[in-house]
Design a protein around this ligand. Structure first.
Ligand SMILES: [Zn+2]
Length: 290
């Protein structure tokens, strides 16, 4: 709050007179909006993410706990992870009213005219903004340059990795001179990074297949063997919340492979177990985990 308010002050912007746009619903991008926005402020977001913020109730978290349990996340760890989850602690007020944006909508301010690009993947309703005459792309968490955006299956019946890869293609061809991501450094161009991100996910998919080559496993077991670029020595020493993010990412890759017919799943002792399929027919249809 202090950093944001002083940054706005430096730009001569009074938050009480400003309109707001959130690129997506994650708490680190949206949490302060209910405190900062003045009474008549317009608050823009993607449609799907506005809906998620509205429905982020106690039941939503209960569902998430239940689904994660079925995929092998240990109960005690899960309670710790949910207790410290930023989405639970810092999300904006659920009664906030958003103005939903869709592909092609424009927001004009002074000399700038930003077009909205829907980029589902990091979240279902993620949006980017593109200013063609100034060649500026505001990417939110769609493209990050020093870290990779978290792609997670949050237990809805969708394929986030597939949508994410399609959304990367959607912004690849834009002529960009300033790419402004939601975290860390500003970059000149998105193209090379998009190629790297695609390679990264291809390598992760191959890694998941090789882990499952050892035999059937639940998603928590798969996550624990994937390679994570994080400053902890072993999976066991990861903080619980980081384990939950890693687990969601593993599930997103499993879901992608399942839809591609390369991975199947079945229920064993009330737990969902994944396995590599010999052929596409063998892959069973994914059912909504909730
Ligand atoms: Zn995010």
């Amino acid at each position: 709050m202090t950093a944001l308010v002083s940054g706005l002050e430096e730009c001569g912007v009074d938050p009480k007179e400003a309109d707001f746009l959130i690129t997506h619903m994650h708490a680190d991008h949206s949490g302060l909006v209910s405190t900062l926005a003045g009474e008549g402020a317009r608050i823009y977001s993607g449609r799907a993410d506005a809906e998620i913020i509205r429905s982020s109730t106690f039941e939503h978290w209960e569902k998430l706990i239940d689904s994660a349990r079925k995929c092998g996340f240990p109960r005690e760890e899960l309670e710790k992870a949910i207790g410290s989850h930023p989405g639970r602690r810092y999300s904006p007020n659920t009664s906030l009213s958003f103005r939903p944006l869709k592909d092609g909508d424009t927001i004009s301010i002074g000399d700038f005219s930003f077009g909205c690009i829907e980029t589902p993947g990091h979240t279902p309703g993620h949006i980017c903004l593109y200013e063609p005459s100034k060649k500026i792309l505001i990417c939110g968490d769609h493209i990050l340059f020093d870290i990779t955006p978290n792609i997670t299956l949050s237990f809805e019946d969708w394929n986030p990795l597939k949508e994410y890869l399609t959304s990367l293609d959607k912004v690849y061809g834009l002529d960009v001179e300033f790419a402004l991501p939601g975290h860390r450094n500003i970059f000149k161009n998105q193209k090379e990074r998009i190629r790297e991100l695609k390679q990264h996910h291809q390598a992760r998919l191959e890694e998941v297949i090789s882990i499952l080559g050892k035999g059937r496993q639940n998603a928590f077991q798969v996550a624990s063997q994937m390679t994570w670029d994080i400053g902890y020595k072993s999976w066991d020493s990861f903080p619980s919340a980081q384990k939950l993010f890693a687990f969601g990412e593993a599930l997103a890759h499993l879901k992608y492979l399942e839809e591609a017919g390369e991975v199947g799943w079945g229920i064993e002792k009330e737990e969902i177990m994944f396995f590599v399929t010999a052929n596409k027919k063998e892959a069973r249809k994914w059912q909504t985990l909730t």
